[in-house]
Design a protein around this ligand. Structure first.
Ligand SMILES: *[C@@H]1O[C@H](CO)[C@@H](O)[C@H](O)[C@H]1NC(C)=O
Ligand SMILES: *[C@@H]1O[C@H](CO)[C@@H](O)[C@H](O)[C@H]1NC(C)=O
Ligand SMILES: *[C@@H]1O[C@H](CO)[C@@H](O)[C@H](O)[C@H]1NC(C)=O
Length: 528
C-alpha cells in the first residue's frame, strides 16, 4: 500500500506513536518521582522543580540550627522563645544617638562585630534566596526571614550617613573581663566606626553585600524596606570602593579578633550581589573589568570564611554564567569565575585528582584548630549550591584534571560533611548542640552557662565558667568549633577553640541543611 493510501493505517500509526510517547513521558515522570522520593541511593540526584520529600534528619537539624539565632539576639526581644533569654543591650548606640540595640552577639561573648555579622546576613540571605522553598517545606522560612531582619535592622541603623558605618559595639578587652548574662551586662559598650578618615573597604563592602542580598529577600514582602536596604548597599559600596583600605589597618585594635587579610574579595562579592539585586550592568562591568583582574585570583582555590569571600563570589558569579544574563559581554572573564569555582569544587571532591589533602581521616575538610567546622560547612554549602546550579542548567559534569564528576558527586560530598557534623564521625558525637544523643554539655557561651536566676555579675560570674557542672541552659542549635585534625575533642567550657559557637557558623549550617533537606534544586532567578 502506498503512503497514506489507507486512512486507517495512518490512524493506527498515530495512535501507536501516541501510546509510545505517553509511555515514555510516564516513565520519565516515574523516574523523577523516584528520584525525588528516595534520596539514599548514590544516584538520587535532585531535579529542577518544587521541593521534594523532606529528609527528616536534616529537617530536624535545620529547625534546631535556626534556634541559635534566637539565642544570639540583642535588644528588646519580640516573641522570645528562649526561656533563659531576655532583653539586653537596650542602650547600645545611645552615645551617638543611634539605636544599635538589635543585631546579634558574635559567639559566646557579647560583642557585636560587624565584619562577621554582616557575613552572617549575606550567607543567610543567600540561603533564603536559593532554598526559601525548601525552608518553607521544613517550616523554617519565617524564622529565617525574622532572624535576617533582626540583623538588617541593625545594619541600617549602623549606617547613619553615606560614609559612616559603625563596625563594633562593645570593647573586647572590657567585654572579656566579664562572665555575665547579656541581660545583666554592666561593662561599657563603646562604639567603633569606619569613615573617610579611618576607612574599611572590607567591612563596608561586606555590609553592602549583606544589604543587597537582603534587599532581594524582602523585595516581594516589603518593598519599601527592600528599597531602603538597596540604597544603603549602593552607598556603602561606593564608600568601600572610593576609600580603599583594610579596616584592620585603619583601626589596628580590631586585629586581635577579626583581622581582615584583604578587601578585594569583599569588593567583588559586594558588586556581585549588587548586580543580582539591581541588574545594573555597571556592577557586572566592575567584576569583569580591571577589578576582576586585580582581585579575583583566577584558578586558585580558597576557603570560604568570614575573612575570605572569593570562593563565594566565584560561585555567585558562576550563577550568571549557568543561567545567562542580558549583559553577557565579557563572557571570557565570566568563564574565569566559573573555572575558578570549579577548581574549588574539584579540591573538595575526595576522588578528584586535585582533591585537597586538608582532611581528617574521617573525611572532614579540616583547615584550622580554631572553629574547625567553619571551613567544611562553608565548603559543603558552596558544593550543594554548585551541584544545584548544574542540575538546574542541565550541566551533566565538571572536569577535574581529566576526570568527570556529576552533580550527585558534589551533593554526596556536601552530605558527608553535614553527616559528620551530625554525628557520623569517629567520636560518634554531634557538633550541633541538641542534635542526637551525644553533644557538647560545656558549650563556651556565657548565657548558656549561667542559670537565668543567678545573681552574679561581671566578676563573680567567672565561677560559672570554671564550674565543673554541665551548662544549666542548652544552647540548642549552636554549631560549635569542632574537632582537631586528629579527631579529638575536649568538651570543656574554657576550650573556646572547640566548644565556642558563632552566629556565622549558624548561617553556614542553615544554608547547607536547607540545600539538603529536600531533593530539589534551585530556581534560576534570584527574584528579580
Ligand atoms: C592581621 O593581618 C595582617 C595582614 O595579613 C598581618 O600582617 C597582621 O600580622 C595580622 N595581625 C594579627 C594580630 O594577626
Ligand atoms: C590531637 O591534636 C591536638 C591539637 O593539635 C593535640 O593537642 C593533642 O595532643 C592530640 N591528641 C592526640 C591523642 O594525639
Ligand atoms: C580548662 O580547664 C581545665 C580544668 O579546669 C584545665 O585542665 C585545662 O587546662 C583548661 N584548658 C584551657 C584551654 O584553658
Amino acid at each position: 500500500m502506498g503512503k497514506g493510501s489507507s486512512k486507517c493505517a495512518g490512524c493506527w500509526g498515530w495512535l501507536l506513536a501516541f501510546i509510545v510517547l505517553a509511555a515514555v513521558v510516564l516513565g520519565i515522570v516515574l523516574v523523577i518521582k523516584n528520584k525525588n522520593g528516595g534520596n539514599d541511593g548514590p544516584d538520587a540526584a535532585p531535579v529542577p522543580g518544587p521541593p521534594g520529600e523532606l529528609t527528616k534528619s536534616y529537617a530536624d537539624a535545620l529547625k534546631l540550627a535556626m534556634q541559635f539565632f534566637d539565642i544570639q539576639k540583642s535588644g528588646k526581644l519580640v516573641d522570645n522563645k528562649i526561656p533563659w533569654r531576655g532583653d539586653s543591650a537596650l542602650n547600645d548606640g545611645s552615645e551617638e544617638k543611634l539605636d544599635l540595640s538589635k543585631g546579634m552577639y558574635d559567639a559566646g561573648d557579647h560583642m557585636k562585630f560587624m565584619f562577621p555579622l554582616a557575613y552572617t546576613a549575606t550567607v543567610l540571605s543567600w540561603s533564603i534566596l536559593e532554598y526559601g522553598d525548601q525552608m518553607k517545606a521544613a517550616g523554617q522560612l519565617g524564622s529565617a526571614q525574622n532572624s535576617l531582619k533582626w540583623i538588617t535592622d541593625f545594619l541600617i541603623n549602623a549606617h547613619p550617613s553615606a560614609n559612616v558605618l559603625y563596625i563594633q559595639v562593645g570593647d573586647p578587652k572590657l567585654d572579656h573581663k566579664c562572665w555575665d548574662r547579656p541581660e545583666d551586662m554592666t561593662a561599657k559598650r563603646p562604639l567603633t566606626k569606619v569613615d573617610t578618615s579611618s576607612p574599611g573597604s572590607d567591612v563596608a563592602a561586606e555590609t553592602a553585600a549583606a544589604m543587597a542580598a537582603a534587599s532581594l529577600v524582602f523585595k516581594s514582602s516589603d518593598s519599601s524596606y527592600s528599597s531602603s536596604l538597596l540604597k544603603h548597599a549602593t552607598d556603602l559600596f561606593t564608600f568601600a570602593d572610593k576609600h580603599r583600605a583594610l579596616y584592620s589597618e585603619s583601626i589596628p585594635a580590631v586585629q586581635s579578633f577579626y583581622n581582615s587579610t584583604g578587601y578585594g574579595d569583599e569588593l567583588l562579592w559586594a558588586a556581585g550581589w549588587l548586580y543580582h539585586a539591581t541588574g545594573d550592568k555597571s556592577y557586572y562591568d566592575y567584576v569583569t573589568g580591571d577589578n576582576g583582574e586585580e582581585f579575583a585570583n583566577w584558578g586558585s582555590p580558597t576557603w570560604f570564611s568570614w575573612d575570605n569571600k572569593l570562593a563565594g563570589a566565584q560561585v555567585l558569579l558562576s550563577r550568571v554564567s549557568f543561567f545567562g544574563s542580558k549583559d553577557i559581554s565579557n563572557k571570557d572573564v565570566l568563564q574565569k569565575y566559573r573555572s575558578s569555582a570549579e577548581a574549588v569544587m574539584c579540591g573538595l571532591l575526595p576522588k578528584s585528582p586535585t582533591a585537597t589533602s586538608s582532611r581528617t581521616d574521617g573525611g572532614l575538610i579540616w583547615i584550622s584548630d580554631w572553629n574547625a567546622l567553619q571551613h567544611p560547612v562553608g565548603s559543603a554549602f558552596l558544593a550543594v549550591l554548585y551541584s544545584d546550579y548544574m542540575l538546574s542548567s542541565r550541566t551533566p559534569k565538571i572536569t577535574c584534571n581529566g576526570r568527570h564528576f556529576s552533580p550527585s558527586d558534589l551533593r554526596n560530598f556536601a552530605k558527608s560533611q553535614a553527616d559528620y557534623v551530625l554525628g557520623d564521625n569517629p567520636l560518634k558525637t554531634s557538633f550541633l548542640v541538641g542534635y542526637g544523643d551525644k553533644y557538647s554539655q560545656f558549650v563556651h557561651h556565657r548565657g548558656a552557662s549561667i542559670p537565668a536566676d543567678a545573681t552574679t555579675g561581671c566578676q563573680d560570674g567567672f565561677k560559672w565558667l570554671e564550674s565543673e557542672d554541665p551548662n544549666p541552659n542548652i544552647a540548642y542549635g549552636a554549631l560549635i568549633g569542632g574537632p582537631f585534625l586528629n579527631e579529638t575533642f575536649i568538651d570543656s567550657r574554657n576550650n573556646s577553640m572547640q566548644t565556642e559557637p558563632s552566629t556565622y557558623n549558624s548561617a553556614l549550617i542553615v544554608g547547607l541543611l536547607s540545600g539538603l533537606v529536600t531533593t530539589s534544586s534551585v530556581v534560576q532567578s534570584l527574584g528579580q
